[in-house]
Ligand binder design. Structure first.
Ligand code: ADP
Ligand code: MG
Length: 277
């Protein structure tokens, strides 16, 4: 490849708000057949708010339940955690707090074992639409529904990428019905919900084993394993520390549709390189 063609392409993409950290990615771009999206913060805004609390026990009231969750969420950097911050009414001295990425948080308070997180993490069966559960001493206490919005630019992005022949899928740790609703609304080609970070990797590896070239798009928050498994990884601007994520490509503006400019840039530089051979 001619270094000047690549340098020009990198500079042009940079002006559009796309930072290519690994220039090999530019050469692989024209071969990509499948684009895999993370849900939270990538297809959606990642700005959660609490929409409903279902009490599963009569032991605690709603305000108390939300205060327990908010106290545990102080230890998490997940976008879900921010939704509970307004409900912290009384700080609790928690002990032995441990955060399980893509799953939840556990800790103890006055000899009681608290767990907040997915149904799988809390070892509970799903309550319709709930994304977060609270368990105390093994007893189910509450199921919380959270709402999040599809990013405004995403429906048009999905349609355009499909017109260009890409197969699009969503891999999400969310196991609620909202995951299905989003996938149906966007008419994605495939979707796997309730994935642990390891299961996301296994899904990507399966696509690769089937002979596909995979680009993974995420917000860079707990996406590193999937990023490493894909041929190309792209992190959407999320306000998170850029140096922390290992993505090949970083979108510098909070606009996922820059992916269209990215794939166009990859194809254009491949043409320029061929002409110059
Ligand atoms: P996604 O794949 O949509 O980005 P994650 O893998 O980050 O989702 O999280 C998967 C699921 O784990 C969430 O839907 C939620 O049920 C649970 N979870 C993860 N982090 C937290 C947290 N800080 N508090 C409560 N639940 C959490
Ligand atoms: Mg995520």
């Amino acid at each position: 490849a001619t270094p000047t063609a690549i340098t020009c392409a990198l500079a042009r993409l940079n002006r559009q708000g796309i930072l290519i950290k690994n220039s090999q990615a530019l050469e692989t771009l024209p071969e990509i057949s499948h684009i895999v999206f993370d849900k939270t913060g990538t297809l959606t805004e990642g700005q959660f708010s609490v929409s409903q609390v279902s009490l599963l026990s009569t032991q605690y009231g709603e305000a108390e339940v939300l205060n327990f969750i908010a106290n545990l969420e102080r230890y998490s950097e997940h976008p879900i955690a921010r939704a509970f911050a307004p409900y912290l009414t009384e700080p609790l001295q928690l002990q032995q707090v441990s955060v399980a990425v893509g799953a939840g948080i556990s800790g103890s308070w006055q000899q009681r074992q608290l767990k907040v997180g997915s149904a799988a993490f809390c070892q509970l069966s799903e309550v319709s639409n709930a994304m977060v559960y609270l368990v105390i001493d093994g007893e189910p206490i509450a199921a919380v529904e959270l709402s999040d919005q599809i990013r405004a630019e995403v429906p048009a992005l999905v349609a355009k990428l499909q017109q260009q022949g890409y197969r699009l899928g969503m891999l999400t740790g969310d196991s609620s019905e909202q995951a299905e609703q989003i996938s149906q609304q966007l008419q994605l080609d495939f979707m796997v919900k309730g994935c642990s970070p390891e299961q996301k990797v296994a899904q990507i590896q399966q696509l690769i084993a089937d002979g596909h070239k995979v680009l993974m798009l995420g917000d860079g928050i707990n996406d590193s394993p999937g990023f490493n498994a894909a041929h190309i990884s792209v992190a959407v601007h999320s306000g998170a520390d850029l140096s922390k994520n290992q993505a090949d490509v970083v979108l510098l503006k909070p606009d996922v549709s820059l992916v269209l400019d990215l794939v166009a840039g990859g194809k254009q530089s491949a043409r320029t390189i061929k002409q110059n051979l």
